[in-house]
Write a protein that binds this ligand. Structure first.
Ligand code: TMP
Length: 218
């Protein structure tokens, strides 16, 4: 088997990113259904979380009672949960040839802790290197939406978590950072406009996935 064929058969790690209320959860479910229709084994997981320990860390991170959480403490907790997630869930699934669809990953740390909280990117880079070495998603779908519309959707869902309570400007900085990362990583990060009907967004995502992994069309 040559290296090209091996690469084509390898399972993929696909991450979803975007600001609050952009519709990631629905779109991940729809992509999972699409991949399953192609007889691909998939696993859906999320960050922070995805493991028992990670979900406990998530509770601390999202709980409004975690007042005055230092931005480095927040960042380290994100990476602590990520280290556990990689070791316990992501790497083993990929080794079993299961495609992993992950609701947020390290781009979120750059966008929220970097762009939103102002942690220097060089510090995030160091942690990224410690926790994941050179490991990167094969594809990242960045969903963008009008921030105000997203915040209204979150408000309709009911009680807000510690992040959802942030100001509009915070999410604008988060989205700007995501978009800058997409510019810097055009092969990996693909931007999809989520201000359209759910099925139109789903089709745009499927088209992107097919372009990135043309073997799916065979
Ligand atoms: P979720 O609500 O999309 O599941 O994500 C939980 C929150 O965690 C969301 O507001 C973004 C935030 N987050 C970070 O700030 N940094 C990270 O590295 C990750 C993975 C999530």
């Amino acid at each position: 088997m040559n290296n090209n064929t091996k690469e084509m058969l390898r399972s993929k790690f696909i991450t979803f990113e975007g600001t609050e209320g952009v519709g990631k959860t629905t779109q991940i479910e729809l992509l999972q259904e699409y991949l399953q229709s192609k007889k691909i084994k998939t696993l859906v997981t999320r960050e922070p979380g995805g493991t028992k320990t990670g979900e406990r860390i998530r509770e601390i991170l999202l709980d409004k009672k975690s007042t005055n959480l230092d931005s480095h403490a927040e960042l380290l907790l994100m990476f602590a949960a990520r280290a556990q997630h990689l070791d316990e869930v992501i790497y083993p699934a990929l080794q079993k040839n299961i495609w992993v669809l992950c609701d947020r990953f390290t781009d979120a740390s750059y966008a929220y802790q970097g762009g939103g909280r102002g942690v220097p990117l060089s510090e995030i880079l160091k942690l990224e290197s410690v926790v994941q070495g050179n490991f990167q998603p094969d594809l990242t779908i960045l969903l963008t939406c009008d921030i105000k519309t997203g915040m209204q959707r979150v408000a309709r869902r009911g009680k807000k978590d510690r992040f959802e309570k942030e100001r509009l400007e915070f999410f604008e900085q988060v989205q700007d950072t995501y978009l800058q990362r997409a510019k810097d990583n055009p092969l990996r990060i693909r931007v999809v406009n989520a201000d359209q009907a759910i099925n139109e967004v789903a089709i745009a995502i499927q088209t992107t996935v097919n372009q990135r992994f043309p073997e799916l069309l065979f």
